[in-house]
Design a binder for this molecule. Structure first.
Ligand code: SF4
Length: 481
């Protein structure tokens, strides 16, 4: 049978349970994930769970519980909390008890899911998995294969690396099986294992290969409570990798739930638009079961925009607001709520950008001024790499690992360094993940303890950990030279 476009398959795929679709004449299983008796994810369901992540210090139980409550009130179904080390495991245990105790069981948010975010320390993941609903792990961290070891792994080395990872993951999977804990396998382009990069390059294929390894590992131990995310700050890579993973899952006959997201999206219009383009396009094609709009802002804003995105997608599915002709996409989405309009415009652009050779974008909406429309257009042209008008600034949303005022620093960097369209500058919350996640930026500011930050040029740190003011000066000098 001829291979078919995965997008077509998504459009034609009926929803619900085990279904037969005309893909290589196979019956495809869409995995259901249950907590106790409740289905929380069904890979074939069109319903989206909204999620965000706290950015308080996890050890500050009071502040974290309060932020989780704010997120629940805003409409979050799921909240992730950073667990950088053993100390935070105990803090999270207290946070979970406090949050569960204050939920009103008669309200719809009784099913709030707390997710532990663990990097680098499998033993911390194992400790946390015994009491939390869901745990996010990074496959890039379950490996002894050093990132610095850049040579091409031989077939034997590659297989050995995979087997070592499978062995390392076994205790965590056993604990998750025992306690009915869900695992999110969170593959990030900035923290891919160098073994996988050595074979595939730092590409969409590498991201997918890393996810597929974890399907193999989980199924080897007869564990199926897994959700997959593939994220990148490159919006198109993220879209293509998710679709490729979906296609691979179809080929294997079993589709797991997807968590969608664009990393280091930063804030304001640009941050929202990157998510609207990347996540929105995949939603329009029927992919995804949960998503996070990452913003370097108050996390409540992530939920606000997530709800608008879901609502815009519903509008777009019912009406044709876009026309494509000779490389030019014209969008006439007549929404008057500004951020919902952005969300709808972004999703439509993402959908067409995926499938067509997009050369220009026109946006029409009589409710908004010419300046407002032009600002949105410039932002989308930049995201789609059609025309660069300003510096590309990426920034992580921050989390419990951040120990400086990243939101203020991001605003300053955006103001002071806006006029370098050829540059990409990163503002990152911590040294744990920051250097890896910003690896392809030209310059970066990365936070450490006590409000100190360091300046990076590419992957190299070029300053000590200094005050923000000093770092901005060093950054300016480095750009000038
Ligand atoms: Fe948290 Fe940012 Fe560090 Fe990622 S890079 S772990 S979001 S502080």
């Amino acid at each position: 049978m001829t291979e078919r476009n995965p997008l077509q398959i998504l459009k034609e795929c009926p929803k619900g349970g085990v279904v037969y679709i005309r893909f290589m004449n196979k019956e495809i299983e869409f995995v259901e994930i249950k907590l106790n008796d409740d289905v929380i994810f069904n890979a074939s369901s069109p319903h989206y769970l909204l999620q965000s992540m706290t950015n308080t210090d996890t050890n500050d139980v009071e502040a974290t519980v309060n932020q989780i409550k704010e997120l629940i009130d805003a409409g979050a179904d799921m909240v992730r909390v950073a667990v950088p080390g053993h100390k935070e495991v105990e803090a999270l245990r207290k946070i979970r008890c406090r949050v569960k105790a204050c939920l009103d069981p008669t309200m719809q948010h009784k099913q709030i899911l707390l997710v532990a975010d663990v990097h680098f320390l499998p033993e911390v993941a194992e400790k946390t998995a015994s009491f939390i609903e869901k745990i996010r792990i990074n496959p890039g961290n379950f490996t002894n294969y050093r990132r610095a070891k850049a040579h091409l792994a031989s077939t034997e080395e590659y297989q050995q690396g995979f087997e070592a990872m499978a062995l390392r993951a076994k205790p965590l999977i056993e604990i998750c099986k025992k306690h009915n804990t869900v695992i999110r396998v969170g593959v990030n382009q900035g923290s891919l294992c160098s073994r996988v990069i050595s074979r595939y390059g730092n590409t969409a294929e590498a991201l997918v290969a890393s996810a597929l390894e974890w399907i193999k590992i989980a199924e080897k131990y007869d564990f199926h409570q897994i959700v997959f995310s593939i994220k990148s700050s490159h919006v198109k890579t993220m879209m293509e990798a998710n679709l490729l993973l979906y296609r691979k899952m179809l080929e294997q006959g079993k589709v797991y739930p997807f968590h969608l997201g664009v990393t280091e999206a930063a804030n304001e219009m640009e941050g929202r638009m990157k998510s609207a383009v990347g996540i929105g396009a995949l939603m329009l094609h029927g992919l995804g079961n949960t998503f996070r709009v990452s913003l370097t802002e108050n996390p409540v804003h992530e939920i606000t925009f997530s709800k608008l995105l879901v609502s815009a997608i519903q509008d777009i599915k019912q009406n044709n607001y876009a026309q494509f002709s000779e490389g030019v996409l014209t969008i006439r989405y007549p929404e008057t709520l500004v951020e919902k309009w952005w969300a709808g415009v972004g999703a439509l652009i993402g959908k067409w950008w995926l499938n067509e050779n997009l050369k220009d974008i026109k946006i029409e909406n009589s409710y908004f001024t010419i300046d407002e429309i032009e600002k949105l257009r410039n932002c989308t042209l930049q995201i789609c790499n059609i025309r660069k008008t300003h510096t590309e600034i990426i920034a992580c949303p921050s989390c419990g690992r951040t120990q400086y005022d990243i939101q203020t620093v991001l605003s300053t960097v955006k103001q002071q360094f806006a006029h370098y369209p050829q540059l990409k500058i990163a503002v990152m919350g911590c040294v744990v993940n920051g250097p890896g996640e910003m690896a392809d930026a030209d310059f970066g500011i990365i936070g450490s303890a006590n409000e100190k930050v360091a300046v990076y040029k590419g992957k190299e740190r070029i300053s000590d950990f200094v005050s923000v003011q000093e770092a901005l000066q060093i950054l300016q000098n480095s750009i000038n030279h």
